[in-house]
Design a protein. Structure first.
Length: 260
């Protein structure tokens, strides 16, 4: 079976996950709304009083305005990555949902693509909820803020494909602790989320620029502040390339794991 064995049936996988989500939406609805409140209260209101303003793109910016779009980017990362790691692994290994799907005309590439598209959709939903709240708080500038959902989809596809790759290779669900500790946590801390990158040593700036979350943070921060980053589309292009590269690799690794 090859990656070419793909049809529009993949949207049935997406539809299945949407149906489940609609039954648990009350639980899924709260974290994207409450999480930014906690972060903004702790870092925006607390640290913001100490920091005051930071210099970004040649201008002084309130710390809370600097922080808010980064939290939006982290929301995209977490929702896409964790949907296609823990949740996909549970569907594959414990619930045997993939086995049931493979007993239908669905192919494994269709299943995995449907899962990745759902991961990106879930990231978009969470980002849209959070953007609505940030807008009410006056932390998103328009009309450039209208680009944020598009950026969320692109970032969601990239991080969903990354999560699916880890799902294809980890031996047990507990092993997800390794990529989270070695990759996700460093991105969360050092991708320009909490402080400007130009304050870091040159080697640290170069390392941060190689992190995928940095590309999304720069794009979303520019849009939210009304000061689009001229390099944003290059970073978004790299995120799309990341999704296009990792998706077929994840499919091949999953084929080795699940198909005789």
């Amino acid at each position: 079976m090859s990656e070419a064995a793909i049809s529009m049936r993949l949207w049935r996988v997406w539809q299945r996950n949407l149906t489940v989500y609609r039954k648990t939406w009350k639980v899924s609805f709260l974290p994207p709304l409450l999480e930014p409140i906690f972060y903004l209260a702790a870092f925006g209101a607390g640290m913001g009083r100490l920091v005051g303003e930071v210099h970004y793109a040649g201008a002084a910016v309130r710390y809370v305005d600097f922080l808010a779009p980064a939290l939006l980017s982290v929301t995209v990362l977490y929702n896409a990555f964790f949907e296609n790691t823990y949740n996909s692994f549970v569907r594959m290994f414990y619930q045997r949902t993939y086995d049931a799907m493979l007993a239908t005309p669905l192919t494994l590439p269709e299943i995995l693509l449907g899962e990745i598209l759902w991961g990106a959709t879930k990231a978009l939903i969470a980002a849209a909820l959070m953007q609505a709240l940030l807008t009410l708080l006056g932390l998103v500038s328009y009309p450039t803020g209208l680009l944020l959902p598009l950026y969320a989809v692109i970032g969601g596809l990239a991080f969903a494909s990354l999560g699916m790759l880890f799902t294809a290779i980890v031996p047990a669900i507990e092993t997800f602790n390794l990529p989270i500790f070695l990759f996700i946590t460093p991105m969360f801390l050092f991708s320009g989320t909490f402080f400007p990158l130009d304050g870091l040593p040159t080697w640290a700036q170069r390392l941060a620029q190689a992190l995928p979350l940095t590309w999304l943070v720069q794009a979303m921060r520019g849009a939210a502040l009304g000061r689009p980053d001229p390099h944003a589309w290059a970073g978004l292009g790299l995120l799309l390339a990341m999704a296009l590269l990792l998706t077929p690799i994840a499919i091949r690794r999953m084929q080795r794991r699940l198909l005789p």
